[in-house]
Design a protein around this ligand. Structure first.
Ligand code: UDP
Length: 235
């Protein structure tokens, strides 16, 4: 049962529950980009993201990844374990796209020789700047050992997600993960949805992720439906 609102972000809200240490994560229909400068409400997006994220978390847990997922509780509601979140975003890249192209002058679509992990400080006002392990340690955002564990987990998640998506003709270009601590252990939190991934059709290169919204390439819910359908996820 949903209790009090604990936190509200751009795409999700968190509520307390009757059980200590458990929260309900609600997926909203809001879509934002460019630090909230572009905003829209997209029918069914919350439901699609809740279904897709639940499905991915179940697959990750089956593969032995420790996640905050407990169960899907309703059409837009997911029950999760409460974590002490770290203010660090871990991005894994298989192919150059987005900010790395702007930063390093790479061409979009360049295949990286091996997966690359990057760290960003989660702070909207600062535009989520890129950081390294030393910043995390110096400013107390995360311990070096925890960063090492997060990078390794992110690489494991990359292999699992890449295989699942490749089976349905989708290439995982890059994605963002957030982690937290539970009883001293690193646990995968947040969400795994096309909002936080780049997904390209392997045959045509068509974008099947939030870039469709960022770049005005068409209907967002249509492409999220397509991702869900291909993976065999019931909405
Ligand atoms: N990403 C995200 N939230 C953020 C920043 C990035 O989910 O606050 C995801 C983004 O969707 C992409 C990956 O992380 O799949 C890498 O994003 P990038 O650094 O290229 O930044 P962007 O081009 O999205 O600004």
């Amino acid at each position: 049962m949903k209790g009090k609102l604990k936190y509200e972000g751009k795409g999700k809200a968190l509520y307390t529950t009757e059980t200590d240490g458990e929260l309900i994560q609600v997926f909203k229909d809001d879509a934002t980009a460019f630090d909230g400068k572009k905003h829209d409400v997209i029918a069914e997006k919350g439901e699609l993201n809740c279904a897709i994220s639940s499905w991915f978390f179940e697959k990750l847990q089956e593969a032995g990844i420790n996640t905050h997922y407990v169960k899907r509780e309703g059409s837009v509601e997911m029950r999760i374990k409460e974590l002490e979140m770290m203010p660090v975003e871990v991005v894994v890249r298989n192919v150059a796209a987005g900010s790395i192209c702007r930063r390093l002058g790479l061409e979009e679509g360049m295949v990286l020789e091996r997966p690359l992990t990057e760290l960003f400080y989660k702070d909207d006002a600062l535009g989520d700047p890129m950081i390294n392990t030393e910043h995390c340690e110096l400013f107390g955002w995360a311990k070096a050992d925890d960063i090492r564990a997060m990078r390794q987990l992110a690489r494991d998640v990359n292999r699992i997600l890449s295989d699942l998506l490749e089976n349905v003709g989708i290439r995982l270009i890059d994605f963002k993960l957030e982690f937290g601590l539970l009883d001293g252990e690193i646990v995968l939190g947040d969400e795994v949805t096309p909002d936080g991934c780049r997904l390209w059709d392997i045959e045509t290169g068509r974008k099947l992720d939030k870039d469709v919204f960022r770049q005005d390439l068409g209907g967002l819910s249509e492409v999220y439906h397509e991702v869900a359908n291909r993976l065999g996820i019931n909405i």
